[in-house]
Ligand binder design. Structure first.
Ligand code: FES
Ligand SMILES: [Fe+2]
Length: 342
């Protein structure tokens, strides 16, 4: 994208950690990653880990992701300059060995692996760790990982996951049924950079997924933590808990990367059974969301610059807009209680 036309993301967004890849799908070679319209190369180091650099050779500006690895260093495809895992120039072919190497450096960025996902902070300083919403789940309780890239601005894609009011239509019969709505008490709480929405008074949900796989719920909650982590958490009267976590990382203003995990505790649910029985249904629900979001993006492109309407039940939208459009952290003044018919 031409930099003069690249959308400006709020500077605060770059100070945080984003999930960028499933570790089990990464091949041990350099690869390009775009995050918030900035371009990175991630490459394997010699200790089984990974390092991240800006995807631009400072010599004549080739993409380093098109290069190769030599002795744990990244070699540019054009003139063979090499950079170590900190981005320091470590070899300059053709250079007189009597002369010192020029102190050239490619910007380097921190990476962290956790619970099957690789996280990147696209700034040299900022938040010390990925969001607690991801770190606090037990890796042993994870049943699967999933990765996708959907069409849509991160704000729309994230709202779609956290919003209950589309489920009666887009997922009619699968998650909920329009003819079986019940009043549900909704409470939104804000604590620091975390937001929690509790839905009370719905022990049963009116769709196929609940009927096939769930039992009476004692609680249902939606969580959001800066920058792009979310979780739908289902607590059951029998003590079990299921957590669907989606971590969103904007590629650009029209595409959003999603890294997801599914954790279960307190009930029999081996990985193979979750994969064979539950996953096909969730994958179908995911395709329904991807399709509606792509259709939304297409129509927004037909009406550029137009703003969406607001309504009382937009529980999380104002907080998500504050963050993604203005870089403002969640305002405790958004805390409130309301009733929705779900
Ligand atoms: S452009 Fe990278 S070494 Fe010349
Ligand atoms: Fe959905």
């Amino acid at each position: 994208m031409n930099p003069s036309t690249a959308p400006a993301w709020p500077a605060a967004l770059y100070q945080h950690w984003y999930a960028i890849a499933r570790l089990d799908r990464l091949r041990r070679k350099p690869q390009a990653i775009t995050l918030l319209d900035r371009h990175f190369v991630i490459a394997p180091d010699q200790h089984g880990g990974w390092f991240a650099l800006e995807d631009r050779c400072p010599h004549r500006q080739l993409a380093l992701s098109a290069g190769c690895l030599r002795d744990g260093q990244l070699q540019c495809p054009y003139h063979g300059w090499r950079f170590d895992s900190e981005g320091r120039l470590s070899a300059l072919p053709g250079h007189d060995p009597q002369q010192p190497l020029p102190p050239i450096r490619v910007p380097a960025f921190p990476l962290q692996a956790h619970d099957g996902l690789l996280w990147l902070r696209p700034a040299s300083s900022g938040a010390p760790l990925p969001p607690a919403l991801a770190l606090e789940l037990e890796p042993a309780q994870r049943r699967f990982l999933w990765q996708a890239q959907w069409r849509g601005h991160v704000l729309e894609v994230m709202e779609n996951f956290l919003d209950a009011l589309h489920t009666h239509y887009v997922h009619a019969g699968w998650l909920r049924r329009d003819g079986q709505r019940q009043p549900t008490a909704v409470e939104l709480q804000v604590a620091g950079d975390r937001v929690r929405v509790d839905y009370r008074g719905q022990p049963a949900q009116s769709g196929l997924v609940w009927q096939l796989f769930e039992s009476a719920r004692s609680g249902e909650s939606a969580h959001f933590q800066l920058p792009g982590s979310t979780r739908l958490q289902y607590d059951y009267r029998n003590g079990a808990r299921a957590c669907v976590s989606l971590h969103f990382s904007p590629v650009d203003a029209r595409h959003t990367r999603i890294l997801a995990t599914f954790h279960i505790s307190g009930r029999w649910a081996p990985r193979w059974a979750v994969r064979a029985l539950l996953w096909p249904l969730l994958a179908h629900v995911g395709r329904q969301d991807a399709a509606i979001l792509a259709a939304q993006q297409d129509n927004m492109d037909r009406f550029p610059g137009r703003r969406p309407a607001r309504m009382h039940g937009d529980v999380l939208r104002p907080l998500l807009e504050d963050w993604w459009l203005h870089g403002r952290t969640p305002d405790p003044a958004h805390a409130r209680e309301l009733t929705l018919w779900l």
